[in-house]
Write a protein that binds this ligand. Structure first.
Ligand SMILES: [Zn+2]
Length: 304
């Protein structure tokens, strides 16, 4: 199929009480792995790139690559810009053929965030491209977007923001953070806040920083020779609950980075191996496994 816009996937998910996985990639192997797994599960999927991934691969490469791979599949695939920081990058991605873009001006004032988001929405909608924005901020670092401490999304701000900008989906802060070290203790999300935001906005909501960094993944990483300490992520139970109350898009990056590295490192233990196709294939297999597992969780309470 040709690439579909984000609203097409997310509005379906909202009705069906499930979430679409949004998986980051930085190269052909990761992209192929994500699409293979989604296709085997017959599940719609969002593939996305950050600004650094764009710098690494080049916009002129990303769009043809995603378009060509999606064309042969029966599932809906959306190509998204993750954390676009200004109108310029959003415009570049819309012009290049992305089908969804995220503008993240959440580190600016409410008024500035509204202004920039509105500008992006007006531009993107002219080309049938849907827009995700963010309000509230997450702990941790993702690309150039840094938030010093967690600032949870306020339901009334979210309502006003959606009305003023006409944005299609909204990333909210309810306790997650980016990276592999998310919680001091047990995984916890502010579900009451989520319910209020969902009621106030009634649009598909997005959970960033939603990697699980689960035991199995960590053990495999360590067994391959990696070190990851007391990394942890969002528990499956928390994630399922969040989807029940309005999360329609779940971003996963860290889990796939860990999986890819595990596969490659395992293969490279054979010191005589210098065949990239050989060891990259092991990375692909590990990503496929993780994506499949994640898709099952995202569809746990699906009703249609
Ligand atoms: Zn994010």
């Amino acid at each position: 199929m040709e690439l579909k816009n984000g609203s097409y996937l997310l509005n379906k998910a909202k009705k069906g009480k499930y979430a679409v996985g949004a998986f980051n990639f930085s190269n052909l192997e990761q992209l192929k792995a994500i699409l293979n797994a989604a296709s085997k599960k017959n599940s719609d999927v969002i593939v996305q790139v950050s600004s650094s991934a764009i710098k690494y691969m080049g916009l002129n490469v990303i769009v043809p690559m995603a378009t060509a791979l999606a064309k042969d599949l029966d599932i809906a695939v959306c190509l998204n810009l993750d954390h676009g920081k200004d109108f310029e990058i959003v415009k570049q991605c819309v012009d290049a053929g992305f089908t969804n873009v995220m503008i993240d001006a959440s580190s600016l004032s409410f008024e500035e965030n509204v202004k920039i988001t509105k500008q992006c929405v007006e531009y993107a909608h002219k080309f049938g491209v849907s827009v995700e924005a963010e309000i509230g901020s997450l702990k941790g670092v993702e690309d150039e977007v840094v938030a010093k401490e967690s600032l949870f999304t306020k339901p009334q701000d979210a309502k006003k923001f959606v009305e003023l900008t006409g944005v299609d989906s909204l990333a909210i802060s309810i306790g997650t953070s980016h990276g592999a070290y998310k919680f001091e203790g047990k995984s916890h999300l502010d579900i009451e806040r989520l319910k209020e935001i969902e009621k106030a906005t009634n649009i598909p909501l997005v959970l960033h920083g939603a990697s699980g960094v689960g035991e199995e993944l960590k053990q495999k990483f360590v067994a391959s020779g990696g070190k990851i300490g007391n990394a942890n992520g969002v528990s499956d139970e928390n994630l399922i609950e969040a989807i029940k109350f309005g999360i329609c898009k779940v971003n996963v990056d860290t889990d796939l980075r860990i999986a890819f590295t595990t596969g490659i490192r395992n293969k490279l233990k054979d010191e005589t191996n210098f065949n990239p196709r050989d060891y990259l294939l092991e990375g692909i297999k590990e990503i496929e496994y993780e994506v499949s597992k994640r898709i099952d969780i995202l569809n746990k309470n699906r009703i249609n």
